[in-house]
Design a protein around this ligand. Structure first.
Ligand code: MN
Length: 334
């Protein structure tokens, strides 16, 4: 963990200087972002009880997060004209995912802290950075902050952290050792595993189902050595479609789509593909391709995305070409 402790521990401010705080999720907050923010709010108020804390969800939240936010309620806002003493960005990945909060933070004199598990590309926007790239969820990093502060999470907070860890680790299938250790401690604090499984179940969203089926219909298949690369095109839910194509058996899936004058490309790869080839989709594909096209992107080794102003065809072509370069060859399978 890269823990910058030049001043002291989280929240890095004296109680007398900390009256208003905001915990900012990435846009369209997922379960890890929101539940981690929920827990950070508890941690701040455990240390500074008078502090007023809100959670910002720029651009709203996913349907599942919406459901979880009723189970773990907290004052939230999308946008705000207020200023804060403390900004905590959580699970954001790239700064651009903070939407208008990026600008708000840079023009504020408040302290800016990043709590994340995504690879840190540029930490200049923050005064303090708490990043653990080995963690499978931001919630594990948040749990480490509780331990460091000597604060025991209360019942709802332990449950929220457990659900966030499970959400980001495919129900623990890809959980890191640190994540599993956190899970055991959270269960010892009263978190309920069976309840977490139930609460993370989401009712199928019609738009998502349609996107996945259309994505399968528009499939293109490539072969790169022993690897199968599948591409497709849908107007929304690109990440969900890419994930489904990997479930179907593709080693790498790249799904593009245009909406509101922007092209968005999401990609996923099988863990086995990453381990055998060493290809990191976030840094080697999404980041590089978006840079060459004029756009922004990044992500993890097996899950990444970028957006750009160039058309979908050009963006997809550049992505497939990049993957081919990394693997030494790529050809279309008819
Ligand atoms: Mn996360």
């Amino acid at each position: 963990m890269t823990l910058d402790t030049r001043l002291k521990k989280f929240p890095f401010l004296d109680a007398k200087d900390l009256h208003r705080a905001v915990v900012v999720c990435h846009r369209n907050a997922d379960a890890d972002a929101y539940l981690s923010a929920f827990a950070i709010s508890r941690l701040i108020r455990a240390q500074v009880p008078e502090c007023e804390v809100v959670i910002a969800t720029p651009g709203g939240m996913t349907a599942l997060t919406e459901k979880l936010s009723k189970r773990f309620p907290h004052p939230t806002l999308d946008d705000s004209a207020e200023d804060y003493d403390l900004f905590v960005a959580v699970d954001v990945g790239g700064e651009e995912l903070l939407n208008e909060w990026r600008e708000k933070m840079s023009s504020s004199k408040g302290l800016k802290v990043l709590v994340d598990h995504h690879p840190l590309r540029d930490g200049r926007a923050y005064d303090r950075v708490v990043v653990d790239e080995a963690a499978t969820s931001a919630a594990e990093v948040v749990f480490a902050l509780f331990e460091e502060a000597g604060v025991a999470p209360d019942g709802p907070t332990a449950q929220a952290l457990l659900e966030a860890i499970m959400f980001d680790s495919s129900h623990l299938a890809i959980a890191s050792p640190g994540g599993l250790r956190a899970v055991v401690k959270l269960m010892d604090s009263g978190a309920d595993l069976a309840l977490a499984r139930r609460e993370l179940r989401s009712t199928p969203d019609y738009g998502e189902v349609l996107a996945k089926l259309k994505g399968a219909q528009r499939l293109k298949i490539y072969k790169a050595g022993e690897w199968v690369v599948a591409t497709s095109s849908v107007g929304s839910f690109q990440a969900h479609v890419a994930r489904s194509l990997v479930y179907l058996g593709a080693d790498v899936a790249v799904v593009g789509g245009e909406s509101d004058g922007e092209t968005r490309v999401s990609m996923r790869s099988a863990q086995r593909f990453h381990e055998r080839t060493g290809v990191k989709l976030g840094t080697q594909v999404a980041d590089e391709v978006s840079r060459s096209l004029g756009g922004h992107g990044g992500g993890h080794s097996t899950a990444a995305s970028f957006s750009t102003d160039v058309g979908e065809e050009e963006a997809m072509e550049a992505t497939v070409k990049k993957i081919g370069e990394l693997l030494g060859e790529i050809r279309s399978v008819d």
